[in-house]
Design a protein around this ligand. Structure first.
Ligand code: ZN
Ligand code: ZN
Length: 572
């Protein structure tokens, strides 16, 4: 499938047009088409061959022409022309937070900045600061953005890594058949970290060489870094390093423990083993010279007299101490989730109608959901005014008559305005079943005050994506999370774990803090189309990394429990 490549190239076009100062609606059209194509389940080449490009929503004549050129000739002429007029590393430069297209253009024209190194130089020698409009604060922010870009650039989001892992595993299973037994991810993927360096997979087998051979000959392998009887290492799509280890049954559990990490967790665990006269390594657990376990990962923790530790907790953040006292939390699981409470429809910027989307959410096996479309302040996202919101409420009420096993709640993702007030009056909010509130603009205008103010409202159930970060692109608006958590506890407002792969907001650290303060969390996908719904697993993974139990999560409540929990029902 070339869907991802087409999506990427349209995104690049959008970046270049933005750099050239083109009209915003034109740029937005490219970005929207890019997202849509990335999320298509059908192969774009097939759609193209059958002459059905026009059927893709948001893809007009001119975009069809570009996609057609790309699929026929492997390139888009206009893109090549544009590329000749811009800095060499334009896309890297544009990906820096706080360094917008206008600033990039200025630095390019006046100082010849073409690469990240050039940018670093003009930051260091002070020449960037001499350009018009570049105040000290702005220059400092660009420097921060450059640093973030350097560290984030080498990591892959879990949302991208996980589907790759699933594909690789099912490919090996299919091709190797009975030659393999257990097979699972290890490393930071298994720990559900928000970003990972490379992808580690373990396979239980007595036919190492053959299995590695299958692995190195997979489709999408663009480079083989190494291939032996116990380990193979490849690069997929020129981007992702994947390592496969072939392990004998008797060592599979030990290898799983060893390669799952984290490093800090393993160092601490080895110390404890040593104190008790044991030795552990990737082959097993030993007492003196005798191997006494290793086939099953649970053996190792059991022999060290502690409970088995879920991989998500293995960061040496107190989990070993808790396991020794048999006091680990019973973490929330995907099976505990009964609802998705932040879903968009075509009323704002979602891709499916209320009815179509509700059907998709229902097919996830949940018992209820809430539509939280954008409010009017979010003009870019087709936010609803009061009149259209009331229409949506009516439509949802009608829809509910269809179901006896599923409930659709009316709701809103109401914008928190720069002055801390909400985009809808209490009168309007009172008519909704469920409300999430969030900041989408004016990031620099006192985000902490605004978030705290929103939580004072009795109709606000959840603060959505509380920090506004985008993992690959921006730090967000960084509210004072200690204050936010304190106020959430005080007012009985939940904080969201937004499960969208590039958000995962709250982060694991913030979830842990929130849960420790008795704050409830809400794990939602913020889905704008049905493909986003499966990201619930990423949000649950993040919540587990934050030590969240079922009882901490409002999505694990029944509808009656949720209603009883809401502030508005506790007021009277
Ligand atoms: Zn939002
Ligand atoms: Zn949303």
């Amino acid at each position: 499938m070339k869907n991802q490549q087409v999506a990427e190239i349209l995104e690049k076009m959008a970046d270049l047009l933005e750099f050239k100062g083109e009209m915003p609606f034109k740029i937005a059209a490219y970005r929207k088409a890019s997202r849509t194509i990335n999320d298509l389940t059908e192969d774009i080449e097939k759609i193209w061959q059958e002459g059905r490009l026009a059927e893709i929503p948001g893809v007009g004549k001119s975009l069809q022409g570009k996609i057609d050129q790309f699929l026929a000739e492997g390139k888009i002429r206009q893109l090549d022309e544009l590329l000749e007029q811009v800095p060499r590393d334009i896309f890297e430069l544009l990906s820096i937070q706080n360094f917008g297209p206008k600033s990039v253009a200025l630095a390019y024209k006046k100082l010849g900045v073409e690469t990240l190194d050039d940018l670093e130089k003009v930051l260091d020698d002070g020449s960037l600061a001499t350009l018009p409009g570049m105040g000290a604060k702005k220059v400092e922010n660009i420097r921060k953005g450059l640093e973030l870009r350097k560290t984030a650039g080498s990591r892959i989001s879990i949302g991208i890594a996980l589907p790759i892992v699933e594909k690789v595993i099912s490919y090996i299973k299919e091709k190797a058949g009975s030659k393999i037994g257990r097979i699972s991810p290890a490393g930071s993927v298994r720990r559900s970290r928000e970003t990972v360096h490379d992808i580690d997979i373990l396979a239980e087998t007595d036919h190492g060489g053959e299995v590695i051979e299958i692995f190195t000959h997979m489709p999408r392998v663009t480079q083989v870094l190494g291939a032996g009887d116990t380990k193979g290492s490849v690069v997929l799509d020129d981007r992702f390093q994947v390592d496969l280890r072939a392990v004998k049954s008797e060592s599979y559990g030990a290898a799983q423990q060893y390669f799952t990490g984290s490093k800090d967790h393993n160092v601490h665990l080895r110390e404890i083993a040593k104190k008790n006269g044991y030795k552990i390594n990737e082959y097993g657990i030993y007492k003196g010279e005798d191997k006494i376990g290793g086939e099953d990962e649970k053996d190792i923790y059991r022999l060290l007299k502690m409970s088995w530790i879920p991989p998500e907790l293995r960061e040496n953040r107190g989990e070993i101490e808790a396991a020794l006292e048999n006091a680990l939390p019973e973490l929330v699981t995907v099976q505990d989730i009964k609802s998705d409470l932040h879903i968009h429809s075509t009323f704002s910027d979602g891709q499916l109608t209320v009815e179509e989307m509700a059907e998709q959410v229902r097919s996830m096996g949940y018992s209820f959901m809430a539509f939280c479309d954008h409010s009017k302040y979010a003009v870019y996202a087709n936010g609803l005014d009061e009149k259209r919101l009331l229409q949506e409420i009516l439509e949802i009420r009608q829809l509910n008559e269809k179901y006896d096993d599923f409930v659709v709640l009316t709701g809103s993702e109401v914008d928190i305005l720069p002055d801390g007030s909400l985009d809808f009056s209490d009168e309007i909010l009172a008519q909704l079943d469920f409300v999430v509130a969030s900041i989408h603009s004016a990031f620099k205008t006192d985000p902490t005050m605004r978030t705290l103010a929103a939580m004072e409202n009795k109709y606000v159930d959840v603060i959505a994506h509380p920090t506004g970060r985008l993992i690959s692109r921006r730090e967000g608006f960084s509210p004072d999370m200690d204050k936010v958590i304190e106020k959430a506890a005080q007012t009985g407002t939940a904080l969201e774990v937004n499960s969208y792969w590039d958000r995962l907001d709250l982060s694991d650290i913030h979830v842990k803090k929130a849960v420790e303060h008795g704050v409830k969390i809400s794990i939602n996908t913020d889905s704008h189309n049905p493909h986003h719904l499966s990201m619930m697993a990423l949000g649950v993974g993040n919540a587990r990394r934050g030590w969240a139990k079922k009882s901490d999560v409002i999505n694990a409540m029944t509808l009656d429990e949720l209603r009883a929990w809401q502030k508005r029902s506790n007021e009277k």
